[in-house]
Design a protein around this ligand. Structure first.
Ligand SMILES: NC(=O)c1ccc[n+]([C@@H]2O[C@H](COP(=O)([O-])OP(=O)(O)OC[C@H]3O[C@@H](n4cnc5c(N)ncnc54)[C@H](OP(=O)(O)O)[C@@H]3O)[C@@H](O)[C@H]2O)c1
Length: 296
């Protein structure tokens, strides 16, 4: 199997380089790759890359993920999150290739408290959410052999993440304030990459299972609970770490105004994914604890 991976250096892209390596030969690109164009700002160049390499599978982990910045550069975000993925989908369809793509809980408006299912009506609150939704739609229209995984609150051991920020702040400050009215599931990039590899194997046998799936770790948390878990685990794992913050105070989202509006309810129901692919999603705490053990 020839696999073309876009966004190789991102959280998910990095883990995909590992998980996909047992499935075939990978050509992995980033925006500054020189041999083939992997720059999503250059839609025609990326389409040309697909035509040249003629992969069996395309996995797109590239995206404009700077949610607040997207509010002031909507056209650029749209090119990266919708126009270029749409062009890849057209080329994939011509080749008969599979296209794997990642989307987000931000396609929903965050109302209620029930976990969102795939058939719920999207109503994004932000440029990021709108452009990601458009990307999903362009792919689904153009390329029948698609797998779109909507996920949330992605972290990885590599690069910056919320847990690392909390650990740093807890060492610097006496008191932390973290919002407690946005709910979701922290989901490891490694988990997403492993599910992707498993699903791709499955789809070779059952192409009729192509489609849109919610893919997050089990359980739920708000950001305040997530921060408390990270700090407690760090103290257990490394008692030598001097944590000054003995309090993680809850505050509403309104205490930290941001350019992009974020959904309060980011819970995603994974029943369809688990039933179709024969998977059991691990609890988010297991993945976060493992990531902390790696970085501490
Ligand atoms: N992070 C989250 O919490 C989250 C939540 C829900 C869904 N998702 C989705 O999951 C997927 C993977 O996200 P992630 O967390 O791995 O994001 P990430 O770490 O921000 O990685 C994004 C990747 O896109 C690349 N990129 C940026 N501009 C590009 C351009 N012009 N051309 C080509 N590549 C470009 C980045 O490269 P450079 O680093 O070199 O710029 C990076 O490799 C995305 O589709 C995202 O929308 C993420």
């Amino acid at each position: 199997m020839n696999i073309l991976l876009f966004g190789k250096g991102g959280q998910v892209g990095w883990e995909l380089q590992r998980s996909l390596s047992v499935l075939g030969t990978i050509t992995a690109l980033d925006h500054d790759s020189t041999e083939h164009c992997g720059d999503f700002a250059n839609t025609a160049g990326v389409a040309e890359t697909v035509r040249t390499l003629r992969p069996d599978v395309i996995v797109n982990a590239a995206a404009h993920t700077a949610v607040d910045k997207a509010e002031s550069e909507a056209d650029f975000a749209r090119t990266l999150n919708a126009t270029t993925p749409g062009a890849i989908a057209l080329e994939a369809a011509k080749l008969g290739a599979w296209l794997v793509h990642y989307s987000t809980d931000y396609v929903f408006d965050g109302s209620g408290s029930r976990p969102w299912v795939e058939t719920d009506m999207p109503a994004p609150l932000s440029v990021y959410g709108r452009t990601k939704l458009e990307g999903e739609q362009l792919i689904a229209q153009a390329c029948p052999k698609h797998l779109i995984l909507r996920t949330s609150w992605v972290y990885a051991a590599r690069g910056g993440n919320f847990a690392k920020t909390m650990l740093r702040l807890a060492q610097e400050r006496d008191r932390l304030t973290v919002i407690d009215d946005q709910w979701g599931a922290p989901t490891g990039a490694d988990l997403l990459a492993d599910v992707t590899a498993h699903a791709l194997r499955h789809l070779q046998q059952r192409p009729q299972d192509a489609g849109l799936y919610h893919c997050v770790a089990a359980g739920e948390a708000n950001w305040n609970e997530y921060a408390k878990f990270v700090i407690a685990k760090a103290q257990q794992a490394q008692p030598a770490i001097k944590i000054k913050a003995n309090e993680v105070a809850p505050v509403p989202t309104s205490a930290f105004p941001t350019p992009a509006v974020r959904p309060h309810n980011s819970r995603l129901h994974t029943g369809k994914l688990q039933a179709t692919f024969g998977l059991q999603m691990p609890h988010w705490q297991a993945g976060v604890a493992r990531m902390l053990a790696e970085i501490l």
